[in-house]
Design a protein around this ligand. Structure first.
Ligand SMILES: NC(=O)c1ccc[n+]([C@@H]2O[C@H](COP(=O)([O-])OP(=O)(O)OC[C@H]3O[C@@H](n4cnc5c(N)ncnc54)[C@H](OP(=O)(O)O)[C@@H]3O)[C@@H](O)[C@H]2O)c1
Length: 438
């Protein structure tokens, strides 16, 4: 008979329910994998009366965290509540009461990870957080273990399944943003309030965590440019395709000369690159190490089962004692000289620009003049032929889209040109600018 280990689950929502189900239904498998029998001793929820998607013995469900803190026989807590408060205070109390913690909360670990990781180390406990980045893809294990001999030199990643679902469905089905967003909500890929997914915040939080692990430097959201997919139109995806690219919400970190270049932006990716071929709610992470070269990891980045899979692997690692060995050696302690983050205006790339312009003489000349004065040289221009309207009618001028691909330039030069362009009367306000991944 294997030794028993008592654990608590804090949160029984989408992920918590999936985790509880695996613990109860796959008990034998888990015992074989970690050498101990995992007993779900307590489940903490906010509202005990709410109907649940899983049958649990009534006596283990509570709305009191204190019951877990007071129970010294519980040595591990799987904390699956979202947001910052009270998740932060809960995690501190769990660590202080001598429990190891498994968490999926990227928002909390992005903002307060450093202090929580240090607190765990001081208490001789561990925090495992595989599920906080890219759901079912074991990318934290890859960084901490499989690539431990490498210095990571770049991370290029699709880290938000909702945005990727929307972008690929828009393109494949020739559909509008709003239409696909609604479907994503119906399918459960997007929250009722999808802001953090579609404005790039969720992907940026995950990139911060990956970057901290990859290079031992804490970075915060306000240190790098972040833009979501909520301003894109189907036309942008079609123009990108015409030019040989796919549009993906790309989270990028590059490390060179002791500097970090970071950004989360909708980006044009050449169609033959693996990142361009990731469709639906899938994530992909391309990691480059100085020894191994480039490697790719793909899978479902969210949802009940993929996320539960990652949580369970942390649970098994912690029960088996593996996490206790690995945690102290993760690059989480700011022990190295912090790396400088390259200011946004110095980031150097090629750009896609789409303008809606009034079809009248001199428009091109005005635009070319502004771009030229800002040292931006043009690689190609698309303006599709428009139907001839006969006599020019100044009251109802035709609006035509113009798409420009630039040669290498900087974000600073692009922003300066964009400011001047915004003052041209012949340009309509809805301009779209995206970088290109080369
Ligand atoms: N859903 C995903 O696909 C996914 C993927 C990766 C990571 N994550 C992360 O996993 C975490 C959980 O996400 P989720 O989607 O499972 O959330 P969820 O469905 O909203 O569930 C949250 C659970 O936490 C409980 N809870 C909230 N506040 C509480 C409090 N103060 N005291 C006790 N219990 C409390 C809720 O209790 P009641 O049920 O009683 O309200 C609920 O059971 C989040 O950090 C999220 O970012 C989620």
């Amino acid at each position: 008979m294997s030794e028993k280990i008592k654990i608590a689950l804090i949160g029984l929502g989408t992920v918590g329910t999936g985790v509880a189900r695996v613990i109860l239904e796959e008990s034998e498998r888990l015992t074989r994998r970690c050498g101990k029998q995992i007993e779900l001793a307590k489940v903490v929820v906010r509202d005990k009366k709410r109907p649940r998607m899983i049958d649990l013995p009534e006596e283990i469900v509570t709305d009191s965290l204190q019951e877990v803190l007071d129970d010294k026989s519980i040595s591990l807590a799987v904390q699956l509540i979202g947001g910052i408060h009270p998740a932060k205070e809960y995690m501190e109390q769990l660590l202080d009461s001598g429990k190891d913690v498994v968490s999926a909360n990227k928002a909390l670990l992005c903002e307060h990870g450093s202090e929580l990781f240090s607190r765990a180390r001081e208490q001789g406990r561990s925090i495992a957080f595989e599920a906080a980045v890219a759901g079912g893809i074991p990318i934290i294990h890859v960084l901490n273990q499989a690539m431990s001999g490498n210095q990571i030199t770049s991370i290029e990643a699709i880290l938000n399944g909702t945005s990727n679902f929307i972008l690929s469905e828009m393109f494949l089905g020739s559909r509008d943003y709003e239409d696909v967003l609604q479907e994503a909500q119906e399918l459960g890929y997007a929250e009722a309030d999808p802001t953090l997914d579609v404005d790039g915040t969720d992907a940026a939080q995950k990139l911060c965590l990956l970057t901290q692990l990859a290079c031992g430097t804490k970075v915060s959201l306000d240190q790098f440019p972040r833009q979501g997919i909520d301003t894109l139109a189907l036309d942008d995806l079609l123009y990108a395709d015409e030019l040989g690219y796919s549009v993906r919400l790309l989270a990028v970190t590059r490390i060179s000369n002791n500097q970090l270049e970071m950004h989360v932006q909708p980006t044009l990716v050449q169609l033959d690159k693996p990142l361009a071929q990731v469709n639906g709610a899938y994530n992909m992470i391309a990691l480059e190490g100085d020894i191994v070269g480039k490697t790719w990891y793909s899978g479902l980045g969210a949802g009940q089962n993929p996320t539960a899979s990652a949580v369970i692997s942390d649970l098994v690692d912690t029960v088996a004692g593996r996490n206790k060995l690995i945690f102290p050696f993760m690059d989480l302690w700011d022990s190295q000289q912090p790396l400088e983050v390259l200011p946004a205006e110095k980031i150097r790339r090629r750009y896609y620009m789409r303008f809606n312009v009034l079809d009248q003489p001199h428009v091109f000349a005005e635009m070319a003049d502004i771009l030229g004065r800002n040292q931006i040289s043009l690689a190609s221009i698309i303006q599709h032929e428009t139907p001839e309207t006969g006599e020019s009618n100044t009251d109802e001028q035709q609006v035509v889209p113009v798409v420009i691909m630039t040669h290498l330039t900087t974000e600073g030069q692009i922003q300066a040109a964009d400011k001047e362009l915004s003052e041209l009367k012949s340009l309509l306000p809805n301009r779209v600018i995206m970088p290109v991944l080369d």
